[in-house]
Design a protein around this ligand. Structure first.
Ligand code: CP
Ligand code: NVA
Length: 320
């Protein structure tokens, strides 16, 4: 495909897709996951290849995209800043022109969102955001699917994406890429995010890219944000790329640790999620992340299933 082809879709932010497309993706993810669990071969992406570009470290994103692509019959090319010309200042536009002539799909983890947007503008193939400073849409896709699996799926595995409507998600911690993406999801899928961040680390509706600020409420005290929540979630105090602020952040975030007291004021069946990697004793206690309400391991595994559905959708459109 040529850059600018109207049929080509990128996934650069959560809001790139509509609610009904998410309902479809969650259904496909459930089918794809079931096949995987039953050792059923499903290889609709035979002969397709995915380039994965990492300008920041990763465990889950790399393994989930790489394993997922191979399982679907395709192959992957793994590039990092250090081992490619990206690290030697080749313009991102030139990299996009070249890489996208040789593969069918590109996933990028990088710093500024503008970087991935510039890449996408010059790409002949769909581009997926594998995390930027501003957003992490694949993670929220997995988190929402994990919520649906626990609260909106019947015994026969029928997915009800409407189960997200009217729910309360408590965000405790940094107003970062994860928080921004939660806000986009809330606006599109009709739930509310209770946000509590230390002062100086608030979410900004403009950076989050939302139109309607009714999709979130701000709480000074993290305990108040958790009250009545269906899901409590957090993330590291210091995201990748902000390591120089480590000491300052440790001080500022000391009271933003999800503990048993916070889980205790949420709904009795509230879930706990964390995109991982986690720092026990900082943003969450070991008791909570390793406790009965935590679904973090399913959440991590679901990255692979939802991303398989996403890659299938971007390359093949709707199935059936
Ligand atoms: N949650 C997540 O994106 O993990 P990685 O940084 O390990 O890819
Ligand atoms: N907010 C974190 C998420 C890591 C998966 C970061 O950007 O480093």
């Amino acid at each position: 495909m040529k850059p600018g082809n109207a049929l080509m879709r990128h996934y650069l932010q959560f809001k790139d897709f509509r609610a009904e497309e998410y309902a479809y993706l969650f259904e496909r993810a459930a089918i794809i996951k079931r096949r995987f669990k039953n050792y059923e071969r499903y290889q609709p992406l035979a002969d397709r290849s995915l380039a994965m570009i990492f300008e920041k470290a990763s465990t889950r994103t790399r393994v989930s995209f790489e394993a997922g692509m191979y399982q679907m019959g395709g192959s992957v090319v793994h590039l990092t800043t250090g081992d490619s010309q990206l690290g030697r200042a080749e313009p991102i536009e030139d990299s996009a022109r070249v890489i996208s002539r040789m593969v069918d799909l590109v996933m990028i983890r990088t710093f500024e969102q503008t970087k991935i947007e510039r890449f996408a503008a010059h790409s002949r193939v769909p581009v997926i955001n594998g995390l930027t400073n501003e957003y992490h849409p694949c993670q929220i896709l997995a988190d929402l699917f994990t919520f649906i699996e626990n609260r909106g799926m019947n015994q026969r595995g029928i997915v009800d994406a409407d189960c997200l409507k009217g729910r309360v998600v408590a965000w405790v911690g940094d107003g970062n890429n994860m928080a921004n993406t939660w806000l986009q999801a809330a606006e599109i899928l009709g739930f509310t995010v209770h946000v509590s961040t230390p002062s100086g680390y608030e979410v900004d509706a403009q950076v989050a890219g939302i139109q309607n600020t009714n999709c979130y409420k701000v709480f000074k005290n993290p305990l108040d944000a958790c009250r009545g929540a269906d899901l409590v979630t957090t993330d590291v105090w210091t995201s990748m790329g902000f390591e120089a602020e480590n000491d300052k952040r440790r001080e500022a975030f000391a009271d933003w640790c999800v503990d048993a007291e916070m889980m205790g004021v949420a709904k009795p069946d509230a879930l706990f999620m964390h995109c991982l990697p986690a720092h026990r004793g900082e943003e969450v206690t070991a008791e909570v992340i390793d406790g009965p309400q935590s679904v973090v391991w399913d959440e991590a595994e679901n990255r692979m299933h939802v991303q398989k559905a996403l890659m299938e959708y971007l390359l093949l459109g709707r199935i059936g």
